[in-house]
Design a protein around this ligand. Structure first.
Ligand code: PRP
Ligand code: URA
Length: 209
């Protein structure tokens, strides 16, 4: 069974509170999404494999640890997941980036796929799927289904806000996936938006409506 981490770090809570505020503008919203993703990534990347190497310091030679170079893939769910990419990519610059395009039908709330491009040898990679919002869970479940159909196995899902229903749906459909959530909210409204949430993440990142 995969792990579920709900962050209680004060920096993450503080930054999510600013994100929620309806008066926070697009620029600050984008910056905060990136900062929170980076803080979450620090934890989600904790089990990266290390190898021992020998290096020479100005004082002596020593054996020390460096990342073993395991292949990584960062896969944002379009559009809003794009806002999280730089925060993670800055930590692991060698990671390849794939994209999955999904949008929710406004009436049925069902996800519809419109684009998918994944890095090569996806089955050998540790995969980080990014989407700030886990609401009904439909988009996350569909994205992970898709990655598995293409051979992906080692998958972690990172979101900034989840609803209990979305977390439950993703856990049920993909119990092997580790899930990292910045915080868990009360639930969903009649339009399947997270309450209190932050509104439409894609619109707030890209300034659309
Ligand atoms: C939002 C969000 C998730 C999805 C979450 O995307 O970024 O992908 O909704 O909802 P769910 O858990 O109920 O599936 P949206 O469909 O609004 O597309 P966008 O990012 O292009 O705005
Ligand atoms: N997508 C969003 O952007 N926000 C929500 O609250 C739910 C889905």
């Amino acid at each position: 069974m995969g792990n579920v981490v709900i962050f209680d770090h004060p920096l993450i809570q503080h930054k999510i509170s600013i994100l929620r505020n309806v008066h926070t503008g697009n620029k600050q919203f984008r910056e905060l999404i990136e900062e929170i993703s980076s803080l979450m990534g620090y934890e989600a990347l904790r089990d990266l494999p290390l190898e021992e190497v020998e290096i020479t310091t100005p004082i002596t030679t020593c054996k020390t640890k460096m990342l073993s170079g395991k292949k990584l893939a960062i896969v944002p769910i379009l559009r809003a997941g794009l806002g999280m990419v730089n925060g993670i990519h800055a930590l692991v610059p060698a990671a390849k980036v794939g994209h999955i395009g999904l949008y929710r039908d406004p009436d049925t709330h069902e996800p519809h796929e419109y684009y998918c491009k994944l890095p090569d040898r996806i089955g050998e990679r540790q995969i980080f799927v990014l989407d700030p919002m886990l609401a009904t869970g439909g988009s996350a479940v569909a994205a992970v289904d898709f990655i598995k159909q293409h051979g992906g196995k080692d998958i972690k899902f990172l979101c900034i806000i989840c609803a209990p229903q979305g977390l439950e749906a993703l856990r049920k459909a993909h119990p092997d996936v580790d899930i990292y959530c910045g915080c868990m909210d009360q639930g969903l409204n009649e339009h399947a938006y997270i309450v209190p949430g932050l509104g439409d993440a894609g619109d707030r990142i890209f300034g659309t409506k």
